[in-house]
Design a protein around this ligand. Structure first.
Ligand code: ASP
Length: 408
């Protein structure tokens, strides 16, 4: 433990500088908000660079890991483990959210008056659109629109196609070498962008605090508290136990190793933008095999969102109580299932969870406009839930890595 604290205090480390940058940005954002506008450009450039590298990294990492697995059987084994982990932990996260609400706030919050401070144009998502949306019809359109799930599906098909090319044909090696080379190159580029993290993160957090203010917490504090408590419990106890018992790592030590990714997740509120960093820290500091990290992390950044799932469950319970609607056990079971699905469907970008929450609200018959109630503090909760999303991905990568090495 002493080593862990010492590691957190070493100011020469990039991840610690990032942490200090966040703390400083929060303080300055509150006392000197007018300066934030000058920093916006710095944060924007940093974020754009991260996003620019994210999709090329997703494609090349997934491609390289599938081809290096060598067979459909290996892919199936890795894929099934990943899906089992994602579903189980997401489900557990929603359950935790519901338990926190029921335990600490009774069935609902009943805190009464919260004003609809902002308007929100919610669009209902049907289950059919949701499922069809996983499949690309034009890969260039998917690329241009940043539809990551579609890009992943296409990349998996492409990699399987390449695996099926006969060994005797030159094409197989050529394409594989090309993707491997590109993957290395993108990882190098990501490394350079990561060096800018303290500065980029300082600018983003400063601007966020200055523009969103902390005032909104006063009327929504009970709701925010429930989300925070749930997230804390899930990140430390649920995921901590999984890390310790199944991934065979001490959670605090693993946390110290990969914390750079968690800090970026907190600052950017985007799992996808964090991906370049997660890939690097998982391999270089967390000791996760490249094949496993390259497959589990890009997939996890898109489908595995424990924090989002938990938050959606708490938010829906809160909205229901604001409308004075009772959520009985049946409705809570519906929340359990739909919030899991909604989190899987959420993209790894800021506010994505807010949008897919409409799926849950519709399922339990609540008005979509209810989302307007929680809008004011959503950015802050987004920062926290995204960190938990990424933490879940990183533990998943370590766990599957262990399983693949037969260490369980
Ligand atoms: N911002 C989250 C993420 O990127 C998704 C969400 O909950 O809005 O992981």
């Amino acid at each position: 433990m002493a080593g862990f604290i010492k590691a957190l205090l070493d100011w020469r480390k990039l991840e610690n500088q990032t942490l200090y940058a966040i703390i400083l940005a929060i303080i300055l954002g509150v006392i000197l908000p007018e300066l934030a506008q000058y920093l916006k450009v710095v944060g924007d450039i940093f974020l754009r660079l991260l996003k620019a590298i994210a999709i090329p990294l997703v494609i090349t990492s997934i491609f390289v890991s599938i081809v290096s697995l060598g067979s459909l059987r290996e892919l199936k084994s890795l894929g099934l483990k990943a899906i089992a982990y994602y579903t189980a932990t997401t489900f557990l996260a929603v359950l935790t959210g519901l338990i926190v609400v029921n335990l600490f706030f009774g069935n609902g919050f009943s805190s009464g008056e919260v004003s609809h401070s902002q308007t929100f144009q919610a669009r209902e998502i049907s289950l059919q659109d949701f499922l069809v949306g996983f499949f690309p019809s034009n890969i260039f359109q998917s690329l241009a629109e940043g539809k990551i799930v579609q890009i992943i599906v296409f990349t998996v098909l492409l990699a399987l196609g390449v695996l099926a090319i006969k060994e005797t044909l030159k094409g197989k090696e050529t394409v594989t070498n090309l993707f491997e080379g590109l993957n290395e190159a993108f990882l190098n580029t990501a490394g350079w962008i990561i060096k800018l993290t303290p500065l980029g993160v300082f600018a983003i957090v400063y601007y966020t605090i200055a523009t969103h203010g902390l005032g909104a917490f006063s009327s929504l504090w009970k709701y925010a508290l429930a989300v925070v408590l749930g997230l804390l419990w899930h990140a430390t106890v649920n995921l901590g136990l999984i890390a310790y018992l199944l991934a065979k790592v001490k959670p605090h030590e693993y946390f110290a190793k990969v914390r750079e990714a968690l800090l970026i997740a907190f600052s950017t509120a985007s799992s996808s933008a964090t991906l370049p960093v997660s890939l690097r820290v998982a391999q270089e500091k967390g000791g996760v095999d490249k094949k496993v990290a390259g497959f589990i992390l890009p997939l996890g950044a898109t489908v595995n969102m424990d924090g989002t799932a938990l938050y959606e469950a708490v938010a829906v319970m809160f909205i229901a109580s604001m409308y004075g609607i009772d959520m009985d056990l049946t409705k809570q079971v519906i929340i359990l299932v739909t919030a899991t699905l909604a989190a899987i469907g959420a993209a790894g970008i800021p506010s994505a969870g807010l949008v897919t929450m409409t799926l849950v609200l519709t399922a339990v018959g609540l008005p979509l406009e209810g989302i307007a109630i929680i809008l004011a503090i959503d950015r802050f909760l987004d920062m926290l839930r995204t960190s938990v999303n990424v933490w879940g991905d990183l533990i998943g990568a370590k766990l599957v890595d262990n399983l693949q090495r037969g260490r369980l």
